[in-house]
Design a protein around this ligand. Structure first.
Ligand code: PHE
Ligand code: NA
Length: 436
């Protein structure tokens, strides 16, 4: 069997993992989830979820991945617990499902880039969304987005994924900073910042049950946790890199990008009306933003840049979602990477087709992943590392880093008790919303 690829450098891994983390979740869902859930109150809960639950969970996936040094299913066997392989398999399954609808939204982004050039959404933003979000245009754009994703993954871990993310991540950062700076000049920007940044703790207290599940779900999703992605990516990592340091960098950059996106989106929304109408399902964000671009001076240029950022973010994530099943099939069945990427990609494209028929399907896929697959997956991972894996595996956390064994032990207890408890609570509250 061919030798396994590894990242060419530590920074290569960080770029790729940041690329996976930074996605539609940061620039599209985050600002609009925040708007839908009461602004800054949601932001506070979300940040707590990211740092207190998300970061320790990322370490869980890194430990399994680097120690397992293989695809997310075989990793559990390599650790000596083959009967836990289904946990990795669940992540592979979630990746498949998620990519299938993520790519449909990626297709929308392509249509909005086109619409920025042609002025398609300037007149009636709602009608434009209607014409590109479902039907033949949506199918075509979804297939184009999948084709690009397949092309990058087929080129391999270093030549494809690492190289692509090394271009896309800096571009995202530079363009977003530029957009945020431009947004400060808008009339109404102040009202936008205020809504975004002044938490109303009364809102948190009285809406606890409805804020926590989306905030937790968003925290896992935004960090690409529970999909076996971070298991797969850290399996290509060298033995002497520090897992906590790399993970810390990834979490911080991912959070900065989300916060920056808020500094772009809120001034724009408030310059042209306010955050009302921005909550709600998958499409409202596109309609609200495109409508705003249509009413701003040079809106086409700004829209083009914004949607280009969104495209880079979506692609750097979609390649990680495809890498998970591809690494599994190539390693387990010895099929070539190119063939596998094409076949898996085609299958995923087909699974995504229902989501091009209307946002009901898309919202359904999204709800199942957020409220069900994600929490179950993270719960199992925490139980595995917390209670099943031996101490030798646990000590992988400190390898190549200067953290002491007391840090590892503190993390272990956090993963044993706090993470599963919080996740179970979220699962419960989330299922309530799903079935209400
Ligand atoms: N983290 C990505 C985002 O925020 C989504 C994603 C989830 C990517 C899981 C890969 C795996 O958009
Ligand atoms: Na993210």
């Amino acid at each position: 069997m061919a030798e396994r690829e590894t990242w060419t450098s530590r920074i290569g891994f960080i770029f790729a993992a940041v690329g996976s983390a930074v996605g539609l979740g940061n620039i599209w869902s985050f600002p609009f989830q925040t708007a839908a859930n009461g602004g800054a109150a949601f932001l506070v809960v979300y940040l707590l979820a990211v740092f207190l639950i998300g970061f320790p969970t990322m370490m869980v996936e890194f430990v399994i991945g680097r120690r397992g040094e293989s695809n997310p299913v075989a990793a559990f066997e390599k650790l000596g617990y083959g009967n836990w392989s289904f946990t990795g398999g669940l992540g592979v399954f979630s990746s498949l499902v998620t990519l299938s609808f993520y790519s449909v939204v990626g297709g929308w982004v392509l249509s909005y880039i086109a619409g920025s050039v042609t002025g398609g959404y300037f007149g009636d933003a709602g009608a434009y969304f209607g014409s590109v979000a479902s039907g033949p245009v949506a199918i075509g754009a979804h297939l184009v987005f999948m084709a690009i994703t397949i092309g990058i993954v087929a080129s391999g871990v270093t030549d494809g994924i690492e190289r692509a993310t090394k271009v896309m991540i800096p571009a995202i950062l530079v363009l977003l900073v530029g957009l945020a700076a431009w947004a400060t000049t808008l009339e109404g920007a102040t009202a936008g910042y205020e809504y975004y940044l002044s938490p109303d703790f009364g809102v948190i207290a009285s809406n606890f049950g409805s804020i926590v599940p989306p905030a937790m779900g968003q925290a896992f999703f935004t960090l690409s946790l529970g999909f076996s992605v971070m298991i797969a990516y850290s399996s290509y990592l060298g033995r002497d890199d520090s897992l906590p340091a790399d993970g810390g960098a990834i979490v911080v950059v991912n959070t900065l990008v989300a916060l920056l996106a808020g500094f772009v989106v809120f001034p724009i929304l408030f310059a042209t009306g306010g955050a009302e109408g921005a909550g709600g399902g998958a499409g409202t964000a596109f309609i609200a933003l495109a409508g705003a671009f249509g009413n701003l001076p040079a809106g086409g240029v700004i829209g083009f840049v914004f949607f280009a950022v969104l495209l880079f973010a979506a692609l750097s994530s979609s390649i990680s979602l495809l890498e998970v099943p591809v690494s599994y099939v190539t390693e387990n069945y010895g099929v070539g990477r190119r063939t596998t990427a094409l076949a898996m990609g085609a299958a995923i494209a087909v699974i995504g087709l229902p989501a091009t028929f209307g946002t009901t399907w898309l919202d359904f896929y999204n709800d199942v992943v957020f409220n069900l697959l994600l929490p179950i997956s993270v719960f199992l991972l925490a139980i595995f590392v917390g209670w099943v894996a031996d101490r030798e595996a646990i000590d992988e956390l400190g390898r190549g880093s200067s953290i002491g064994s007391s840090f590892t032990t503190a993390w272990l207890w956090w993963v044993r008790i706090v993470v599963p408890t919080v996740v179970l609570m979220t699962l419960w509250l989330g299922l309530e919303t799903l079935y209400e």
